[in-house]
Design a protein around this ligand. Sequence first.
Ligand code: ATP
Length: 318
Amino acid sequence: MKEHAVKLAILDMLSDGHFHSGEELGDQLEISRAAVSKHIKGIQAWGVDIFSVQGKGYKLADSMQLLNQQQLQNSVDVPVELIPVIGSTNQYLMDRIGLLQSGSVCIAEYQSQGRGRRGREWVSPFGCNLYLSMYWRLEAGMAGAMGLSLVVGVAIVEALEKIGIEGIKLKWPNDLYFYDKKLAGILVEMSGQAGAAAHLVIGMGMNLKMAASTQGITQPWSCLSDVTESAIDRNQLATTLINTLQTALSEYEIHGMQGFVERWNRLDNYLGREVRLIMGAREVSGISCGINEQGAVLIRTNSGLETYIGGEISLRGM
Ligand code: ATP
């Protein structure tokens, strides 16, 4: 069997939410009970909460709906590759840029090396969130890519609003927030040369229903299950996000950031609030005043209205 195939088969059986004995799982997969127990430990290391009860077997602490390649592919018109266990969906696409059609998507259940900006970790437990990346060839080149992560953020929040999920805001430049807690992160990476088309990989990690006990996240975070009580169909949400990304990127190619500032400012989590900008060892604090047409953040400080832009800046509330 392929790498991880046994663990994925065990998860598939457990995903009905019932108890399954080690013997039953072993018989189905033609492996010993000891091997089942070893694989269960491996699955737990992916961040899945499984408990065992003597005489009954194993059970998932929470129900789990797995992603389905066929269902995803049938609902979008770009190539989708579901790789359940991966290092990083962004890295996977970055490594294959020359081979990909613009719009190609990679989606995963678990990332062992999920990442945020500047090499920070994106904690990516199995089966409870969404981790997806899209490759986009931007004919306008690198200079045309400025502001793209802002456009993507707005498109995603507006798409969630359309399906009845309200109250999600944006934090400059690229995070989705719910009541001051990080719900999702967007990471745009690119390669290309000046004067040529830019190769972009737009990645997103969105928390849907992550265990409160999840370790390793260094700031307050939230999940979509905090935003809505309705059950979330992971396959449906993934296809909504893929279609949204595709539309937003096509529109961005034509219109850039035109008419965009108000849409972003409406969703600004920190508009009118006191914030600080961290730029390496330097910090600036003031009142956040939204963005301008270049995608820079505006801060009212004691010296007046200042604009800041660049990948090395982090914004934090007070
Ligand atoms: P910036 O404002 O510069 O974007 P950031 O610290 O939010 O700063 P990102 O690169 O957007 O950085 O994301 C990485 C950070 O997000 C991690 O350092 C961690 O604090 C947090 N994080 C990691 N995994 C998750 C997750 N699943 N949900 C919410 N937050 C996470």
